[in-house]
Design a protein around this ligand. Structure first.
Ligand code: 4NP
Length: 161
């Protein structure tokens, strides 16, 4: 079992979208029993809330459900996950400051798995903007999660094809 955690600031827009998109792709490929997916925020403002209604509406238009309830990333979560996929460099720096020893190696920017994105690119925060931002988050998550899943299949699920 490979365990992924997507992380953003509030855990109500970007990381729940990445989580829902990855669950959708895993179901399409019949791999949901082999890859566990969760999400979390670096902040606790929205703990317990469902994903933002604008994120859920945009995702539903593409056949993607966002099942998460917001929670804050805990230092102990580093041991629960193999890959901690940050939506932006501020989220990554925040977690890097909490990481000990080889936990640092679990931290990645999600878009660094996407060959279509330049290295170091952030998923822009859509919270204070319009509908376009939520569509852009979905576009970026679909592309990056597709490539992340290919990477995981190659490196961890080599006997499964
Ligand atoms: P997210 O977006 O990090 O993609 O979930 C945000 C959600 C809430 C806030 C900021 C960003 N906020 O300031 O409440």
């Amino acid at each position: 079992m490979i365990r992924l955690c997507f992380v953003c600031l509030g855990n109500i827009c970007r990381s729940p979208t990445a989580e829902g998109v990855m669950l959708h792709l895993l179901r399409q490929e019949g791999l949901q029993s082999q890859v566990q997916v969760e999400s979390a925020g670096t902040a606790a403002y929205h703990c317990g809330e469902r994903a933002d209604s604008r994120s859920r509406a945009a995702a539903r238009q593409r056949g993607v459900e966002l099942p998460s309830r917001a929670c804050q990333f805990q230092a102990s979560d580093f041991d629960r996950f193999d890959y901690v996929l940050c939506m932006d460099s501020s989220n990554l720096q925040n977690l890097a400051a909490q990481a000990k020893g080889n936990q640092r190696q679990k931290l990645h920017l999600l878009l660094d798995f996407d060959p279509n994105s330049p290295k170091g690119r952030n998923v822009p925060d859509p919270y204070y903007g319009g509908q376009h931002g939520f569509e852009e988050v979905l576009d970026l998550c679909f592309s990056a999660c597709h490539h992340l899943l290919q990477f995981i299949k190659q490196h961890h699920l080599v006997n499964q094809d």
